[in-house]
Design a protein around this ligand. Structure first.
Ligand SMILES: [Fe+2]
Length: 213
């Protein structure tokens, strides 16, 4: 595939509104559990194998249309992450490998999907920059209801949101992996990461996350 693809007006408006409502009121939305590359962001993460897709949809009905439309059939493990950036938030350059805390040898995702759910009317900054090595291969301006899919081995960052922007930039990101059976076995069937803790749902506690990518 190209480094990335973009699609506008992806979902019905009613779904975007529902997503925004459900995510912003979620008990799991807290200061981000992601590492220090994520400055001033909030979010939580649902980790799951393909075999738990129905359970995820049952537990998080708001995720179902996103999963149906955007999960790659070739992938078998997913890291679904609502991400909220406000004034002066940014994400420093990194390569996604959020499953690394479960499996040290994990490869990068095949693809990462991003849906822009809601954006401040006066948003400046908050652009997604994609790099291959040192060269920039994409610069994506957020637009509500735009979907971006980019190659999972690209370095990427989010430019700082201007400090005087009111409101929040909410996106729903999914790292999508095609893992070998041995690596897949070390990923929780269905787990939740919130506020620095990893809570495996209905199983033994999962390890705390390490630094990623
Ligand atoms: Fe990322």
């Amino acid at each position: 595939m190209a480094y990335y693809t973009e699609a506008l007006d992806f979902f019905p408006q009613a779904y975007l509104q529902e997503l925004r409502t459900q995510i912003m009121k979620s008990q799991f939305l807290a200061k981000n559990n992601l590492n220090g590359d994520f400055v001033g962001t909030r979010g939580f993460s649902i980790v799951f194998r393909r075999s738990a897709m129905d359970a995820v949809k049952q537990r998080f009905p708001w995720a179902a249309p996103y999963m149906d439309a955007l999960l790659d059939p070739a992938c078998n493990a997913f890291y679904l992450n609502p991400l909220v950036l406000g004034a002066a938030s940014r994400v420093d350059p990194h390569i996604d490998r959020s499953l690394r805390s479960y499996c040290k040898t994990v490869e990068t995702p095949v693809v990462v999907s991003v849906l822009y759910v809601a954006l401040p009317a006066d948003l400046r900054g908050g652009e997604l920059v994609l790099r291959r090595g040192k060269s920039q291969v994409g610069r994506i301006v957020p637009v509500a209801n735009k979907v971006v899919r980019f190659q999972g081995d690209l370095t990427h960052l989010v430019t700082p949101v201007a400090p005087d922007v009111a409101g929040e930039r909410l996106s729903l990101v999914c790292e999508q992996y095609a893992l070998e059976p041995r690596d897949l076995a070390s990923i929780p069937e269905l787990g939740l990461e919130s506020k620095g803790a990893a809570l495996e749902m209905g199983g033994t506690p999962a390890p705390r996350r390490g630094r990623r990518g």
